[in-house]
Design a protein around this ligand. Structure first.
Ligand SMILES: N[C@@H](CCC(=O)N[C@@H](CS)C(=O)NCC(=O)O)C(=O)O
Length: 311
């Protein structure tokens, strides 16, 4: 037995003896015994409080700037890496929406989680606001924007259904494909800094596994999950057909989300089954993603540091 294991074994034995004495003859407890029991009680109390407190108490406190310019959007997401300006489909969606709606924004270089413990989030008039969809709804009202003004109610319903399918269902297939299956290649492929890799991506991989299990989608086999994702992506491709944008000739709000999602497949998942589906089986989706990039992300190469030879 190694020295460490032996010491651990002895410590556990001593602890049991102390507990036994507490129950049988507490008057005989020495000062040292009381210290050990006190330390144990503190540890157990902290562990119980931690387990019962719920995720919301473990999320990071959000610091917002005290001196803000009224009406200015400060955006917090994942800073650009070589492959893409934002590794989160929700972050890329929100930035694309801001660009589509002509709302100027200032990206933050700091990577801190928002009020809901997730990215992206914004600061607006000294308030922190989380969740890309709630932020978009808020900014639509605040700035008088309606990218869906050309749509009838039935079209709005279809566009919402597609966004929800991608964000609540297909997203998990993408997260697994990108972050779990490709884990070894991540740092090399995206040229992320070691800081982002160790302090954001590594813990994010653990969270994804846990969340996929809780969602239920993580309980499927790889083959089942891949079949689900393929059906979603093909449904999107069939609906897009030969249209320029999801709902017709002009972009609408849903295009921000569809682009945010497809861009991840095209630029962060080369060699995966999702990349093959988009580039080989659904070329209209590939052409669409490039169309959106060229319309709203003229500074893509500047942000990612890409040169022509990288493409
Ligand atoms: N519904 C949220 C989803 C955001 C989200 O899931 N972001 C991921 C990054 S892609 C995240 O921050 N995950 C951290 C976690 O779940 O702890 C939104 O639309 O903003």
């Amino acid at each position: 037995m190694s020295g460490f294991v032996q010491s651990l074994w002895e410590a556990v034995g001593t602890l049991f003896q102390t507990f036994e004495q507490l129950l049988t003859d507490p008057a005989q407890l020495s000062c040292d015994d009381l210290v050990v029991l006190g330390a144990c009680s503190v540890c157990v109390t902290v562990a119980v409080l931690w387990a019962c407190s719920g995720e919301e108490l473990r999320t990071q406190k959000v610091k917002v700037r005290a001196d803000f310019t009224p009406g200015k959007v400060h955006y917090h997401g994942i800073p650009p890496v070589r492959a893409i300006p934002c590794l989160s489909p929700f972050g890329l969606k929100l930035e694309t929406y801001l660009r589509m709606a002509d709302i100027p924004y200032e990206p933050s270089t700091e990577m801190a989680m928002g009020p809901k413990g997730k990215l992206p989030w914004i600061e607006y008039n000294g308030q922190a606001m989380g969740d890309s969809n709630l932020i978009i709804e808020f900014l639509n009202k605040e700035k008088g924007v309606d990218l869906n003004r050309s749509l009838h109610d039935a079209d709005r319903a279809v566009s919402r259904a597609f966004v929800k399918m991608l964000e609540e269902n297909t997203y998990w297939g993408g997260a697994k494909c990108k972050m779990i299956d490709n884990q070894d290649k991540i740092q090399e492929l995206w040229e992320v800094s070691w800081f982002i890799f160790f302090f954001y991506l590594k813990p994010a991989i653990k969270t994804i596994k846990k969340n996929m299990w809780a969602h239920g989608i993580g309980r499927h086999s790889d083959a089942e999950l891949e079949a689900i994702v393929e059906k979603d992506v093909r449904a999107l491709s069939d609906f897009l057909g030969s249209k320029l944008y999801l709902m017709g000739d002009e972009p609408t709000e849903a295009d921000a989300a569809v682009f945010g999602f497809l861009a991840q497949i095209l630029w962060t998942m080369p060699g995966t089954y999702m990349y093959r589906i988009v580039t080989e089986d659904c070329p209209n989706l590939q052409a669409y993603t490039i169309r959106m990039k060229e319309r709203y992300w003229l500074d893509w190469d500047q942000l990612t540091g890409n040169t022509k030879k990288d493409q």
